[in-house]
Design a binder for this molecule. Structure first.
Ligand code: NDP
Length: 290
């Protein structure tokens, strides 16, 4: 029979998760700091606990989906965690995942950190492509994998409790680079007689065509040879990027989103790496912070 579970936090994401588990027949105990936000779930069959400690006492599998790591610490401060399996679906940093794991283990719990790669409407819909990164206790993951897979597909990325957050944040960071490019592209067109809705599909297919560059970067990071099989070398890219800057100037568009990356390419070229692609920039970023 479906495993009973406790869910702390019935915000937008927590509510979507609770609904998926309830629909699959799991007995669900919920708690939310603002009780009114848990009430709709009571009507759908969840038991609403009066306190977080009471919710944690209800069963072994405890899932937290709160605002941030600090709210997890606050919520669980008075809870008896000994013998519990704590799964943290709250977004955090790798460091927060690691220290929360040590904190939970010191209280006698097994711990799994997680990063949700979905928005609430995707939860509980197997066709949505939603999935969740998990890292930390392999035993906990194996034991509860079927239950965890109810709201979204699971992807276990290792025993280091920081790895789920690291995967999550690395994907989101790549996404913000893309958002920056989209923002700059539309700024270039602003005020011109080019329909945004006609341009957008062109931008989407161009970005899709360019995205596999990540696979080439990975190949080069592994081989260590950044100049092998280079399609667009840095010397050519730096020369070409002057056109991007002049165009921004002509259109009256700020280059603040564009220049940080172009400056890195110029520095790598100046250091004598004009025959490589952009893979060498990865090491420049880590060298800059030690
Ligand atoms: P909401 O803002 O809808 O909900 C936040 C939840 O955290 C509420 O239950 C809130 O309680 C609770 N909370 C905040 N501060 C505290 C505190 N100090 N003590 C106890 N409870 C607290 O956010 P979501 O539900 O959308 O997000 C929850 C987690 O899921 C976040 O870590 C978020 O990053 C992650 N996530 C969300 C996604 C999304 O698209 N929504 C996508 C991927 C991950 P109260 O109702 O009392 O304020």
């Amino acid at each position: 029979s479906p495993t009973p579970l406790t869910l702390l936090g019935t915000g937008d994401m927590g509510t979507a998760l609770a609904r998926a588990w309830l629909a699959a027949g799991h007995p669900v105990t919920v708690w939310n700091r603002t009780p009114a936000r848990a009430e709709p779930l009571a009507a759908e069959g969840a038991v609403v606990a009066a306190s977080a400690a009471e919710a944690v006492a209800a069963g072994r599998l405890v899932i937290a989906c709160l605002l941030d790591d600090a709210s997890v610490g606050e919520t669980l401060a008075d809870a008896e965690l000994s013998g519990r399996d704590l799964v943290n679906l709250t977004t955090g940093t790798p460091g927060e995942g690691r220290s929360r794991a040590a904190w939970a283990e010191a209280r006698g719990a097994r711990f799994l950190d997680a990063g949700i790669m979905a928005v609430p409407p995707m939860i509980g819909d197997p066709a949505s492509g939603a999935y969740v990164f998990y890292s930390g206790s392999a035993e906990l993951f194996e034991e509860h994998q079927t239950t965890l897979a109810v709201p979204a597909a699971t992807r276990y990325v290792g025993t280091d409790p920081g790895f789920a957050a690291l995967h999550d944040v690395a994907l989101l960071s790549g996404m913000y680079g893309m958002f920056a490019g989209i923002t700059h592209a539309f700024a270039l067109l602003r005020g011109e007689d080019i329909a945004p809705k006609e341009f957008a599909p062109l931008l989407v297919s161009w970005l899709n065509a360019m995205a596999p560059a990540a696979l080439e970067t990975a190949d080069k990071l592994v081989s260590g040879d950044y100049a092998k099989d280079v399609v667009s070398n840095l010397a050519m890219q730096v020369a070409g990027s002057a056109t991007l800057l002049r165009t921004a100037g002509e259109q009256g568009v700020s280059t603040e989103l564009l220049t940080p990356f172009l400056r890195l390419m110029e520095r790598r070229l100046a250091a004598g790496h004009g025959d490589e692609d952009t893979t060498g920039l990865v090491g420049m970023l880590t060298a800059a912070t030690g």
